[in-house]
Design a binder for this molecule. Structure first.
Ligand code: COA
Length: 560
């Protein structure tokens, strides 16, 4: 055994960086490249890996300390004899390479700033900009673990837009501009490479004498207050502090903070391993950063709660379902859920718990529609496009959304505002082997049936081939989920929040329908419209399915 210093490796140009997390303590045995500390510049977090395998004897820095290249952060007894130790010493620079690998993570945002600064025209008027991913230094398809902004947010230069995470580093991609976010073009769980479009934004003019442009300049002001409130939220618990400290955020705190989480890669890793939802963990570190201890405390509390209530907590404040030991009933196997399955499960639960759902059932007489659809079969073969009932549903729903705009909204309860959309983009639920995906067809009201049929088929195929880009799954005002090709009579679809309604379609069937004199065989299409009862009242729910039934019953009315 020989004692060696653990030093800070080359930081890729960064001068001083802050220690935000200490992962090991004296006495811990580590392998080479195990994480020792997490360091953070104002743009990225990187782990400092152990240069050797051995035992930590001392950590000489504290959280919050600033360190630079060459500083000693601890001591360790290195495994192996004196020969090995000299070999190790020689290897030290090489062993320090992992952080050097991580330099791109540090360097990238700086480059992006420089590039952005160059590209930012110094004009006084507002303008549209599409922010693209800066150089990721060779890394491609880096997973997006967090979206830090949403449409309508007023942001400053360098505010984080998204957080990406490679194997080694978590990195925030900062905004090169100040202004308002118009559209976020990526989704959590997607991947990014250099040059991918991130967000569209309206960039504020440069003039600080902005008092002149009163409407433009004064409007963002109230919005800008929102992030300020959000920022201060995590500090609130310390002032009243009446009860025992808790590591679990209240529902209000979770809502106030949104999905923004500040945590280093090591903490994220622990959270993933322990199944902790970081959006619910109360941060205690500097700049509201979640520390390893916070996650441990959170898990402890969840377990205590579970023991008291004899259930496994779900993290949503609602008692979860306690799983029995299934092996007592027969043989079982277990497999990890994919990221997509976890994301779908979380989204479904979030929507189900947040949205008071009501489902309106009705049938549409599509006998004539079906005759027309069949008459187009040859034309479809010539065009190479299959005309299913879906394009008719898209077109008819677009019309209903125009006629009943209370369905084309989102609720912003934080600001107590209704967001009315002046566009009609509709999501279509696609069943894929990997799970449910919802690509979005844009401007449905402006497209013809063949165009919609072709686009729906293309997007469904892309979904099945896992080729959908995050931007192709964003921006829907409303969703159609059609189980017509599979079967069933009715179901209660879950609203794809923040949309406020979703149409479920089941299998059309011939039924005897009374026409006032006799029963007629009519092809009836079952409709199941679920809506958010906070945004839509029951009468409007019935109006929606009535109007949809009329439009589908006589598709000539779609032309009117
Ligand atoms: N009633 C009767 N038949 C129907 C129908 C309906 N409501 N809807 C579609 N069909 C028929 C189609 O005409 C087609 O028949 P054909 O081959 O004889 O012409 C057949 O069912 C298959 O249609 P499909 O290929 O599925 O096309 P589509 O345009 O109807 O649907 C998708 C496309 C992507 C929506 C669909 O394939 C899909 O994935 N549905 C599942 C969505 C889902 O899982 N939702 C659950 C969310 S909780």
């Amino acid at each position: 055994m020989s004692e060696q210093e653990i030093t800070v490796p080359d930081l890729g140009g960064a001068d001083e960086v802050e220690v935000i997390e200490i992962v090991v303590s004296a006495g811990d045995t580590v392998e080479m490249e195990d994480s020792i500390l997490t360091l953070e510049t104002d743009k990225a977090s990187v782990e400092l890996p152990s240069p050797h395998a051995g035992k930590i004897t001392k950590i000489t820095v504290n959280i919050g300390d600033k360190v630079k290249e060459g500083d000693v952060v601890g001591l360790m007894e290195v495994n192996g004899g004196s020969d090995a130790s000299s070999a190790d010493t020689e290897q030290a620079p090489a062993a320090a390479e992992p952080p050097a690998d991580e330099q791109p993570a540090e360097a990238a945002p700086q480059e992006s700033q420089a590039a952005a600064a160059e590209s930012a025209p110094k004009t006084a008027g507002a303008r549209q900009e599409t922010v693209k991913v800066p150089s990721l230094d060779g890394m491609t398809d880096v997973p997006v673990i967090e979206i830090n902004v949403s449409a309508g947010d007023v942001i400053e230069v360098d505010d984080p837009l998204v957080t990406v995470e490679s194997d080694k580093a978590t990195m925030e991609i900062p905004s090169p501009f100040a202004g308002t976010v118009d559209k976020v073009l990526v989704a959590e769980g997607g991947t990014l490479s250099e040059g991918d479009a991130l967000v569209e934004m309206t960039v504020a003019g440069e003039g600080s004498d902005g008092g002149d442009d009163a409407p433009a300049d004064s409007e963002p002001a109230p919005a800008a207050e929102q992030p300020a409130q959000v920022e201060s939220a995590p500090e609130q618990p310390s002032s009243p502090a009446p009860a025992a400290p808790t590591a679990v955020k209240t529902e209000a705190e979770v809502a106030a903070a949104g999905t923004k989480v500040h945590a280093g890669p090591a903490v994220r890793k622990i959270a993933r391993e322990l199944g902790a939802d970081l959006t619910r963990v109360k941060p205690s570190g500097p700049k509201n950063r979640i520390l390893k201890e916070d996650v441990e405390q959170y898990i402890k509390q969840q377990l205590n709660q579970a023991q008291k209530g004899s259930v496994v907590a779900t993290g949503s404040g609602i008692p979860g379902v306690k799983l029995p030991d299934f092996s007592q009933f027969g043989e079982v196997s277990r497999e990890a859920m994919s990221r997509m399955q976890v994301a779908t499960a979380n989204n479904m639960q979030r929507s189900w718990l947040n949205v008071p759902h009501v489902t309106q059932f009705d049938d549409a007489d599509i006998t004539e529609l079906e005759n027309f659809r069949k008459s187009q079969k040859k034309a479809g073969e010539q065009k190479g496009i299959k005309m299913t009932p879906l394009p008719f549903l898209l077109k008819a729903c677009a019309r209903v959304l125009q006629e009943l705009p209370q369905f084309n909204v989102s609720l912003d309860l934080e600001r107590k505002e209704i967001v009315r959309k002046q566009y009609i983009h509709i999501g279509i639920a696609v069943d894929t082997p990997a799970g449910l995906l919802v690509p979005v067809i844009r401007d449905v009201d402006k497209k013809g049936l063949w165009e919609l049929a072709a686009e729906a088929a293309e997007l469904a195929q892309k979904a099945r081939d896992k080729q959908l880009k995050p931007a192709e799954m964003q921006g829907a005002c409303f969703t159609i989920t059609s189980l017509g090709g599979i079967g069933g009579k009715a179901f209660t679809p879950i609203v794809n929040t923040p949309e406020v309604a979703i149409l479920g379609v089941s299998r059309a069937q011939m039924q005897p329908v009374w026409d006032g004199a006799s029963f007629q065989p009519r092809l009836m299409l079952p409709l199941s419209l679920s809506y958010d009862h906070r945004a839509v009242n029951g009468a409007d729910g019935a109006r929606f399915t009535n109007l949809l039934g009329e439009l589908l019953g006589d598709i000539r009315t779609l032309l009117l």
